[in-house]
Design a protein around this ligand. Structure first.
Ligand code: AR6
Length: 168
């Protein structure tokens, strides 16, 4: 099992699944969600409409349509309210539930964006520490998954993840 960084656009990755930092309705939005829907094409929204939304911390899977990725795992990160509203547990659940879904489907590779660190305002360093620690913990139980990619779209996130992966 390999953990690695990618500095580009998550929608360009040839992996079994990319993870979408979605909103509860799963009906599209801005940021990485908007980019994924644009690149996947309108059929993604049609499938999302059948899913009945998604609770914060949970995850649902669809096909990838026009994306190079075969699937999209949609998860809803917590909105940052200062840290006393269960944000850390909910963010950890996003990663854990996405990984479990990927394993259930027998997927070999998955790419995560920096969930909640854009519009939802989660501090990047704290969010990255959770992402890396959940994914590392998961590596010992992984069966089908061989590669986890952290998609770091901005330089600050890239530097934070690079440090975390080097230190651990
Ligand atoms: N590839 C990889 N990462 C990206 C890309 C991309 N193409 N575009 C942006 N990012 P955000 P959130 C990074 O705001 O904070 C949406 O409207 C971005 O730099 O997309 O979880 C949803 O519908 C940042 O580090 O997600 C929800 O309403 C990270 O993706 C809400 O935003 C997450 O930023 C979710 O907010």
């Amino acid at each position: 099992m390999r953990l690695r960084l990618d500095a580009g656009d998550i929608t360009q990755l040839y992996v079994d699944a990319i993870v979408n930092a979605a909103k509860k309705s799963l009906l599209g939005g801005g940021g990485v969600d908007g980019a994924i829907h644009r690149a996947a094409g309108p059929e993604l929204l049609e499938e999302c409409k059948t899913l009945g939304g998604c609770e914060t911390g949970e995850a649902k899977i669809t096909k990838g349509y026009d994306l190079p990725a075969k699937h999209v795992i949609h998860t809803v990160g917590p909105v940052w309210h200062g840290g006393d509203e269960n944000e850390a547990e909910l963010l950890a659940s996003c990663y854990m539930n996405s990984l479990q879904l990927a394993e259930q489907q027998g997927l070999r590779s998955i790419a995560f964006p920096c969930i909640s660190t854009g519009v939802y305002g989660y501090p990047k360093q704290q969010a990255a520490a959770i992402a890396v620690s959940v994914c590392k913990m998961f590596t010992s139980n992984a069966q089908s998954l061989k590669e986890i990619i952290f998609s770091c779209y901005d330089d600050e996130s890239l530097a934070i993840y690079r440090q975390l992966l080097t230190d651990s």
